[in-house]
Design a protein around this ligand. Structure first.
Ligand SMILES: Cc1cc2nc3c(=O)[nH]c(=O)nc-3n(C[C@H](O)[C@H](O)[C@H](O)COP(=O)(O)OP(=O)(O)OC[C@H]3O[C@@H](n4cnc5c(N)ncnc54)[C@H](O)[C@@H]3O)c2cc1C
Length: 257
């Protein structure tokens, strides 16, 4: 991965998503030509935050906002504080608005189809934990571009307090019946039967890991384009599931960390 030019950004807002996860909104310098495709990642570093060899500590983060948000001059990274030993994630969680953050990129081939490419019958997103970040950027893009393609999001997290982007995703699903939102809780307070809401396209709080819920949610192959993001085990299991249903290679896109 050849490093790109380092772009100095300014942290302008911090959104507390869950007790361990924050979204960092970064303003690009005036006149910046930075661009990316929904789903790609950048390498982030903090000026003066160096490793034992005196080099900047750099970590990969998916861009969680849409390329369309660049028109407003910002991009967002959604970062889980790893806890003990989480060198960079702990450091950035201590940053405050006004602090500088460097990025370089974009990198990666986990990308949403462009608006001017043929569109699938629907987009089907499967995420676990902070794996929702690049998928949120893709979903925002589809909606901001008014693509008129149905979207399904199957999202797994630990407990009800770990639902990243809860308000935004619920708002999408409440506003659009063609936005299907299903969430599953791997720990604690999941319900063995889905929590029904007045909107039939929303089911939150299924019990168990999202991978275990897939056979009920996807019974046969259709014209969906599938994007999966989460920890390696979850991505492997989800990929195997869709292959078993009959989806070919070029319909299933994966990112893991
Ligand atoms: C393409 C890509 C996209 C990504 N996108 C995102 C994203 O959108 N959001 C996000 O939150 N993350 C994302 N990541 C992960 C991110 O790059 C970092 O790996 C993550 O934030 C942890 O970095 P850290 O410096 O905090 O932890 P590190 O210091 O690198 O530690 C990583 C792990 O090792 C453990 N560890 C560290 N030192 C020790 C030790 N001495 N002994 C035992 N264990 C130790 C830590 O506890 C932690 O679990 C992405 C990764 C990739 C590759």
């Amino acid at each position: 991965m050849a490093a790109r030019e380092v772009i100095p950004t300014t942290l302008i807002d911090i959104i507390n998503e869950t007790p361990r996860v924050r979204t960092f909104r970064l303003a690009l310098p005036a006149g910046s030509l930075f661009s990316f495709r929904a789903g790609q990642f950048v390498m982030a570093s903090i000026p003066g935050f160096l490793n034992s060899k005196g080099r900047p500590v750099r970590r990969a983060y998916s861009v969680a906002s849409s390329p369309r948000d660049l028109e407003k001059g910002f991009l967002e990274l959604t970062i889980t504080r790893v806890g003990d030993g989480g060198f960079f994630s702990n450091r950035i969680h201590e940053c405050r608005p006004g602090d500088p953050v460097n990025i370089d990129g974009p990198y990666g081939s986990f990308v949403l189809r462009e608006e001017n490419e043929p569109q699938p019958e629907r987009y089907l997103f499967v995420a676990s934990g902070s794996g929702i970040a690049p998928l949120r950027g893709m979903i925002r893009t589809i909606l901001m571009e008014n693509r008129k393609v149905p979207v399904s999001l199957y999202y797994g997290y630990r407990t009800s307090s770990d639902f990243i982007y809860e308000r935004e995703l619920m708002d999408y699903a409440l506003a659009m019946t063609e936005f299907e939102l299903v969430t599953a809780l791997s720990r604690g307070n999941g319900s063995s039967s889905p929590v029904e809401t007045p909107a039939r396209n929303i089911r939150t709080g299924l019990a168990g890991r999202i991978t275990r819920c897939l056979p009920e949610l996807v019974r046969e192959k259709d014209g969906a384009e599938i994007y999966i993001c989460g920890p390696p085990e979850m991505v492997g299991e989800t990929d195997a599931f869709f292959r078993g249903v009959g989806y070919p290679d070029d319909r299933v896109h994966k990112e893991q960390w």
